[in-house]
Design a protein around this ligand. Sequence first.
Ligand SMILES: CC(C)(COP(=O)(O)OP(=O)(O)OC[C@H]1O[C@@H](n2cnc3c(N)ncnc32)[C@H](O)[C@@H]1OP(=O)(O)O)[C@@H](O)C(=O)NCCC(=O)NCCSC(=O)C[C@H](O)C(=O)O
Ligand code: MG
Length: 287
Amino acid sequence: MARTSDPRGRPMRSVLYIPGSRERALQKSRELPADAIIFDLEDAVAADEKDNARDLLARVLAEGGFGARLRIVRINGLDTRWGREDAAAFAKAAADAVLVPKVGSPADLDAVAELVPNLPLWAMMETPQGILNAAAIAAHPRLEGMVMGTNDLAKELSARVRPGRAELLTGLQMCLLAARANGLAIIDGVFNAFKDAEGLAAECEQGRDMGFDGKTLIHPAQIDIANNAFAPSNAEIELARRQIAAFQEASSAGQGVAVVDGRIVENLHVASARELLARAEAIAAAE
Ligand SMILES: CC(C)(COP(=O)(O)OP(=O)(O)OC[C@H]1O[C@@H](n2cnc3c(N)ncnc32)[C@H](O)[C@@H]1OP(=O)(O)O)[C@@H](O)C(=O)NCCC(=O)NCCSC(=O)C[C@H](O)C(=O)O
Ligand SMILES: [Mg+2]
């Protein structure tokens, strides 16, 4: 059963990238039903637009109006000519977190943490070195979340990604283990074919089964699909309620195990059931 909230209890089913250079998309994003937005200054912005995008994004964030959506700014790497200026510009911005691209080791986070002293950091997990160092990166004291960069990872691996993503599963699992061991949120990578609703739904289902909190998205048409896939279904909610009731009844009778639909229900299943109901409530409250 996947968690669908960040460590602060907010749903994180749908996390939409918006290029920081696209003013109309930025302005309209206040009305989109995404749980979180990644305002991108990195790969979605062309080199000659970087400075304008930084100014535009700072203005849009200052205007506010994003409600409960988590506002995450993806800066350029500090090894580029824009990274330091990005970090300085958003260190005190009306944002909830700064997302650091291509994190290879905790030292990459230390460098940004120094420039951005007051905001939580998130890490893009998208290089072989980063994946191999996932446990150390996840333990960084300023880190609150990880985002899988499956496009860059596939590129770095020289992988040909096919439905089912067998080529990427080891990397995805290593980051999931690292994030869960450290209580971080973790969001799955993007699905590039933004007009293929069926393909996206299948990949969301896979990510949810694996344990991701949600999916990063590149187009508004993908939001409802991710919101639906990463929310507990009515059947799951109903089962969770029956499990809790059955276990309470068994406990009152002095038994440590109940049986629901032919399956055992123990303390740990009740804990999962309670967590699922809490997530469903958090989603209902956010909507
Ligand atoms: C993919 C796109 C280039 C498609 O854009 P477009 O052709 O404009 O699409 P539509 O005409 O269908 O758009 C319809 C309306 O929706 C708005 N729109 C489009 N995309 C977004 C968006 N991402 N956020 C908000 N709003 C959006 C359009 O403005 C239209 O509105 P209107 O004008 O009122 O009709 C485009 O979707 C796009 O640029 N997507 C984001 C691409 C991106 O961010 N890429 C970088 C992140 S992926 C990545 O790098 C992950 C990681 O690092 C890795 O390595 O894997
Ligand atoms: Mg990338």
